[in-house]
Design a protein around this ligand. Structure first.
Ligand SMILES: Nc1nc2c(ncn2[C@@H]2O[C@H](COP(=O)(O)OP(=O)(O)OP(=O)(O)O)[C@@H](O)[C@H]2O)c(=O)[nH]1
Ligand SMILES: [Mg+2]
Length: 185
């Protein structure tokens, strides 16, 4: 099954997004306290697995905790065959330096990723698209590369589900290809 990692800064809405996709309120633990999710949590959706990664960029964590975060991430990306990364940013703000670092990391390792802008319910409808464009420019992506969502009112959920479906299809096709190659040997 493909493992899809959900990453982004603390409080951006990673756990809430997982709950929205599962149609459950309390599957993944959310919190008003940033930095709640400290370890990688896995959620089995049947045809794919979502990995809820600990958030970065929370100012109040100690140096020790930042090191700990780095270790958890490094270990995760080394040991896990991740099919795709969903990188979350807050639609209301320009991406942070940490967000840019995260995207650069994916570029460096030629890692497939999708940017999802969360909390779209906090912006007026007419403001969402222009803001997605600003975020895209910031991350040297195009507007179409970013999916705007709201875990609060379900905005963009279908777009995100379509994307997930595509990721799973590609993953399954690649796996089938690999199996066929092994059979030929
Ligand atoms: N209005 C609104 N609030 C949201 C949305 N998504 C998350 N929140 C709120 O933002 C806060 C943080 O949400 P979480 O899902 O816990 O964020 P997280 O990224 O998992 O945070 P960490 O685990 O600490 O890294 C909570 O108070 C959520 O209710 C959204 O789409 N709209
Ligand atoms: Mg969380």
């Amino acid at each position: 099954m493909p493992i899809i990692a959900i990453c982004g800064k603390s409080n951006v809405g990673k756990s809430s997004l997982i709950n929205m996709l599962a149609n459950r309120k309390k599957l993944a633990r959310t919190s008003v306290t940033p930095g709640r999710t400290r370890l990688v949590n896995y959620f089995d959706f049947g045809s794919f697995i979502l990995a809820d990664l600990p958030g970065y960029g929370f100012a109040k964590v100690s140096k020790q905790e930042k090191l700990e975060w780095g270790k958890i991430m490094e270990q995760f990306f080394q040991e896990t065959k991740v099919a795709h990364c969903i990188s979350l940013v807050d639609v209301r703000h320009n991406p942070t330096a940490d967000d840019v670092d995260m995207i650069n990391y994916f570029h460096t390792y030629a890692f497939p990723f999708t940017v999802v802008a969360t909390k779209c319910d906090k912006l007026g409808k007419s403001k969402i698209k222009p803001q997605l464009k600003v975020i895209a420019n910031y991350l040297t992506l195009t507007e179409g590369d970013i999916i705007g969502v709201s875990s609060e009112n379900g905005y963009g959920k279908d777009n995100l589900l379509n994307k997930l479906e595509h990721i799973i299809t590609v993953f399954n096709e690649q796996n089938l290809d690999n199996e066929n190659k092994t059979d030929d040997e």
